[in-house]
Design a protein around this ligand. Structure first.
Ligand code: NAD
Length: 368
């Protein structure tokens, strides 16, 4: 039997409530598909500060290092102790530290709008076609956000000059391209690579390298699109996209634009992947949203983003695609059966019943 070690870090706000439902779903999936998950919970965020004086306690970091992947809730409570310096607050001290520590270079953000939730999408129904189903793959450690030089010069006489530098090397483009092609293979086998090859040197290199890597994936159809057109096409005809591959900054912008099509933050999972060792890809899996302090502790949060993050972990870190599909199908069934947490509820939708966090978790568990 296959064994996997998971560090489950629920964090703050709605984190513990949605994590509980995700673990419940994982337990049922594990029994059904015959693998073993060793899930160990540990504090992070304000929960870490309260338990051990640090947003990422040493024991929590040690647990992550000895695990095959991290299932993360979310951290940060804007109203807690404003005197704590920025670098010690959970968003930086926990999240950024983990990203750096584990070399997470690939961010995967799937956006899937079930037809039953057409009303929650800002686009007109006719633009949604058979349903929107896009995976944005974003390079996470290179490009403009990290390139040097990065500085602001004082040119005198009140004039300043800000410099950011966009830098990519071929190995950086190759490794993210492989992640995107492999993800496309598990989906509809279509990859759209986003660049700005008409203006940027980086865009020319990006296009060349992605095209070369694509020769190894003859079963995946590759096309290229300029980023400005990509942003427009997401609004005009989102159903043309399967996987979108982007460098860091373009991916930052387009993944949020695509996320708006998904209906609610409570539905959107994400995966950040590091290196692959011996067949296992270390990954960090979390909902796209934050700690939602406005609804925390009230059984109101939508647990689907956390549950779908767990499905991504099974697929991308453990190679358990069938089990991941089972969870995703169970989510679709729970939605099609009319279960709605507050964020996706509409009083005008016939057959919809308003449910809490637990009840949504129960409906998904029952459907597996
Ligand atoms: P948020 O994502 O927590 O909330 C924005 C809105 O979306 C709120 O109305 C919230 O109720 C709703 N929402 C989010 N997730 C939901 C869910 N699962 N079900 C139903 N509704 C949901 O963003 P915010 O209010 O800007 O931030 C709150 C805190 O979370 C801040 O401290 C912020 O720094 C932190 N944050 C953490 C992460 C992370 O840990 N990765 C990400 C974003 C924000």
């Amino acid at each position: 039997m296959k064994h996997f070690n998971i560090a489950a870090l629920a964090g703050d706000g709605i984190g513990p409530e949605v994590m509980r439902e995700a673990i419940k779903v994982l337990r049922v999936t594990e029994r059904k598909f015959g693998f073993a998950l060793n899930i160990t919970e540990a504090p992070v965020g304000w929960a870490g500060i309260d338990a051990a004086g640090k947003a990422l306690p040493e024991a929590t970091l040690a647990l992550c290092k000895s695990s095959d992947s991290i299932l993360f809730g979310s951290v940060g409570l804007p109203d807690r102790d404003p005197t704590i310096p920025k670098e010690e607050r959970p968003e930086r001290a926990a999240l950024l530290r983990i990203r750096k520590e584990f070399g997470l270079f690939a961010n995967l953000r799937p956006v899937k709008l079930p037809q039953a939730l057409a009303h929650a999408c800002p686009l007109a129904k006719e633009r949604q076609g058979e349903g929107i189903d896009i995976l944005v793959v974003r390079e996470l450690t290179g490009g403009m956000y990290f390139g040097q030089p990065k500085k602001t010069d004082d040119l005198g006489a009140g004039v300043f000059r800000a410099i950011d530098t966009m830098v990519y090397t071929t190995p950086e483009i190759e490794r993210i391209a492989h992640v995107a092609f492999q993800a496309a293979r598990l989906r509809r086998k279509k990859l759209t690579s986003i660049d700005k090859a008409n203006v940027l040197e980086n865009g020319i290199l990006w296009r060349e390298v992605v095209t070369r890597v694509g020769k190894n994936y003859a079963d995946v159809t590759l096309d290229h699109m300029f980023v400005d057109n990509g942003a427009m096409q997401l609004m005009l005809r989102p159903t043309q996209f399967d996987v979108m591959l982007c460098e860091n900054m373009f991916g930052d912008i387009l993944s949020d634009e695509a996320a708006a099509l998904g209906g609610s933050l409570g539905m959107l999972p994400s995966a950040s992947l590091g290196a692959t060792n011996g067949g296992n890809t270390f990954g960090f899996y979390e909902p796209a949203g934050g700690t939602a302090p406005d609804i925390a502790g009230k059984n109101l949060a939508n647990p689907i983003a956390q549950i779908l993050s767990a499905a991504l972990m099974l697929r991308h870190s453990f190679g358990l695609n069938e089990a991941a599909v089972a969870i995703e199908s169970a989510v679709a069934k729970a939605i099609n059966d009319g279960n709605r947490t507050g964020d996706i509820f509409s009083a005008t939708e016939s057959g919809a019943k308003r449910v809490g966090t637990h009840e949504m978790g129960d409906a998904i568990t029952a459907a597996i």
